[in-house]
Design a protein around this ligand. Structure first.
Ligand SMILES: Nc1ncnc2c1ncn2[C@@H]1O[C@H](COP(=O)(O)OP(=O)(O)OP(=O)(O)O)[C@@H](O)[C@H]1O
Ligand SMILES: [Mg+2]
Length: 430
């Protein structure tokens, strides 16, 4: 009998009488379940995908941590030069949702955990925070993880230690994401440089041809005008009028080519979009029309003016038109619509210029890739895969966005959103 008890003790690690045996075993099983849960969560914390947005990272961390620690809200804070970026996650019926707040530190680019705690008290006064810092091996702090509670909570030492260890694991995932974003940005800049070189070469060529054509065309127009004066009536007069109108149209196309290829610094100007759209149509409309594509305009004439680089916005629209032309090829009733409207997004107002085609559409799996440099589904001689990545860069440098909506074999719509008012957003801290 005593041998059996000894064996049980060895197997379970429980030194007890038969009476309390089950309750102790239960306690140990519970403890093991808890430890297993912690290991599972730690494992999941290291599996955050590098291309996730910071909002997604914050709500994911909140969802994971809430399985082993209790808190009301969770904040992922990142230091970005002199900006503090707060990603605040709150529980909702469908899971954790995150909102973003940006604050500027006027005199600093670094921050200690004590300074951060003070700032957090000011920022979220009705909550108590428990923070750990995210810090590189070299020691520089680049962010904080914070559990927020409405009531003051004294976490037991064991839980605080667990939270600190979690911080270590999260740190590795976050550094991977930072590295990924850094590399993606470099690839993007490189692609922009290549595209600018390509556009510059194209521009130079176009300018050369336009100059060559300009002089004979001026002579043609001048002579036709002289002939028209002599033959006012009858058939020849009508034919000359046609020649004259076609000549004028050619002149407008040449003018557009010259404007487009002008090698100048990009200058910001205030402009009305309807004029700009007419110029772009003058440049590419003919190409589309000869391919049998019908072009429709849905321009809202009451839209306010926007500020930006005319050349760059023209470049985006040309890219979108050329993509639309390729997409509708082979369709029975090819159509491209260009339109403008006002859009409210994320508490801001934008003017939207959209280009919509009834072409092949974009496969769902490809939608997330089309803005990546060098992503193309076209033959190697036809597409470089740079058009959209460069266009996105231009949209963002204007404080705007480039959005896509598509359904395979039905339609594709790209919307270039340009801000109406520059919203600085956020207070500053000393
Ligand atoms: N309107 C559209 N309809 C369907 N697919 C589109 C459309 N616009 C873009 N795409 C898809 O997105 C990909 C990337 O477009 P992007 O303009 O960046 O490069 P590209 O047109 O292939 O090459 P280029 O550098 O010459 O513009 C295209 O290859 C195509 O698969
Ligand atoms: Mg393209």
């Amino acid at each position: 009998m005593s041998g059996k008890q000894e064996l049980i003790d060895k197997l379970t690690g429980i030194k007890s009488s038969r009476k309390s045996y089950y309750s102790e075993l239960n306690a140990i099983v519970e403890e093991m379940k808890k430890k297993n849960k912690q290991l599972e969560v730690i494992n999941r914390l290291t599996q955050i995908h590098v291309d996730k947005s910071w909002e997604e990272v914050s709500s994911y961390l909140a969802a994971q941590l809430s399985q082993i620690l209790s808190f009301d809200r969770f904040v992922l804070t990142l230091l970005d030069h002199s900006d503090l970026l707060f990603y605040i996650s709150e529980p909702e019926a469908a899971g954790w949702s995150c909102r973003f707040v940006k604050r500027r530190m006027v005199t600093k680019t670094a921050m200690s955990i004590e300074e951060f705690k003070k700032l957090l008290k000011k920022e979220i006064p009705d909550h108590h925070g428990t923070s750990v810092c995210l810090q590189y091996q070299a020691g520089n702090i680049y962010g904080f993880l914070t559990l927020l509670n409405r009531e003051k909570v004294e976490y037991p030492r064991e839980e605080l230690e667990l939270y600190r260890r979690m911080g270590e694991h999260v740190r590795i995932s976050i550094e991977n994401i930072l590295l990924f974003k850094d590399v993606s940005e470099k690839v993007h800049i490189e692609a922009q440089l290549i595209q600018s070189a390509k556009m510059a070469a194209l521009g130079e060529m176009a300018a050369g041809i336009a100059h060559e054509l300009n002089s004979p065309l001026t002579a043609i127009l001048g002579n036709v005008q002289l002939l028209m004066r002599d033959m006012k009536d009858g058939r020849p007069g009508k034919m000359l009028e046609d020649i004259y109108q076609c000549g004028l149209r050619s002149k407008k196309i040449i003018q557009n080519l010259l404007t487009f290829s002008r090698q100048e610094e990009y200058q910001l100007e205030t402009m009305h979009l309807s004029g700009l759209i007419d110029d772009v149509l003058g440049l590419v409309g003919y190409q589309l029309a000869v391919s049998g594509i019908s072009i429709q305009k849905e321009i809202d004439p009451t839209l306010p003016a926007v500020r930006g680089s005319r050349n760059q916005i023209e470049q985006v629209l040309i890219n979108l038109f050329l993509n639309a032309r390729d997409a509708v090829q082979g369709k029975s009733n090819p159509e491209v619509i260009i339109g403008t409207c006002l859009v409210d997004l994320e508490d801001r107002q934008f003017v939207s210029i959209y280009v919509r085609d009834n072409g092949v559409g974009i496969e769902e799996d490809n939608v997330s890739q089309i803005f990546n440099p060098f992503f193309t589904t076209k033959e190697s001689m036809k597409g470089t895969g740079l058009g959209l990545s460069v266009s996105l860069g231009i949209a963002e440098s204007h404080g705007g966005k480039l959005l896509v909506d598509s359904r395979v074999n039905e339609y594709t719509q790209f919307s270039l959103l340009l801000p109406i008012q520059e919203n600085e957003g956020g207070e500053s801290y000393e």
